[in-house]
Design a protein around this ligand. Structure first.
Ligand SMILES: Nc1nc2c(ncn2[C@@H]2O[C@H](COP(=O)(O)OP(=O)(O)O)[C@@H](O)[C@H]2O)c(=O)[nH]1
Ligand SMILES: [Mg+2]
Length: 204
């Protein structure tokens, strides 16, 4: 699939304010700095798209982008803001969990994991919660260009092994780099296939 059009739609403070829910939706989440905005830019082929469109100060909101006039990409706020006051952390958590649990057209949540790191507990805990709530999700390992392929594979395998300690099956996963565009075609093909199979089922 090629992305031929992408436009910023809206920033929302709550799932209630999100745009109409008649389109498939792929939302990106992960720790702040994991590479969410860069990944969206890479996928749509536009520099600064996700960042410019969401404007400074709006990174703590739910940002919707309409892709190919057919589906949404959503840039979600990062989790794990240990430095924020507790009350703000709680508000964030509520905003994100409401969105995940109540946004009826959420097709896949895309959980971004930094491939430079060995498995981190907050990422694993977040992932296990997705399992408990039955949220459909994929894993996207980011920043694969930051180290050699051997090290990337090693960190990816360590993370997947951790997942398999508790689960029998792995979700779909992708190894990507916003710099080299690694994983772009694979992930966009996955989206295309998902959209097509939902259409065949009589969905959006
Ligand atoms: N080398 C490299 N740097 C990346 C990649 N993805 C993101 N970055 C850098 O990591 C930092 C955080 O990225 P950003 O997209 O703003 O993360 P966000 O907070 O999750 O939206 C920025 O300095 C990016 O340039 C990648 O694939 N490769
Ligand atoms: Mg961002």
């Amino acid at each position: 699939m090629n992305i031929i059009s992408s436009e910023f739609v809206k920033s929302s403070a709550s799932y209630i304010q999100c745009p109409d829910n008649q389109l498939n939706e792929y939302a990106f989440i992960g720790r702040s700095n994991v590479g969410k905005s860069s990944l969206i830019n890479m996928l749509v082929g536009r520099n600064n798209f996700a960042k410019i469109s969401s404007k400074p100060g709006k990174t703590q909101l739910i940002n919707h982008f309409l892709i190919n006039e057919q589906f949404y990409f959503v840039d979600l706020p990062g989790y794990g803001y240990a430095k924020l006051p507790l009350k703000m952390q709680q508000n964030f958590r509520k905003m994100i969990s409401d969105y995940i649990l109540k946004r009826t057209n959420l097709t896949y949540l895309c959980l971004l994991i930094d491939s430079r790191l060995t498995p981190q507990n907050n990422d694993l805990n977040f992932l296990y919660q997705l399992g408990e709530t039955g949220t459909p999700f994929v894993i996207i390992f980011t920043k694969a260009d930051k180290q050699n392929a051997f090290q990337t594979k090693k960190n990816v395998q360590l993370f997947l092994d951790k997942v398999l300690e508790n689960w029998e099956e792995l979700p779909p996963y992708f190894i990507t780099s916003s710099q080299t565009k690694a994983g772009k075609e694979e992930f966009l093909n996955f989206i295309e296939k998902t959209n097509q199979s939902l259409k065949d089922l009589g969905g959006f």
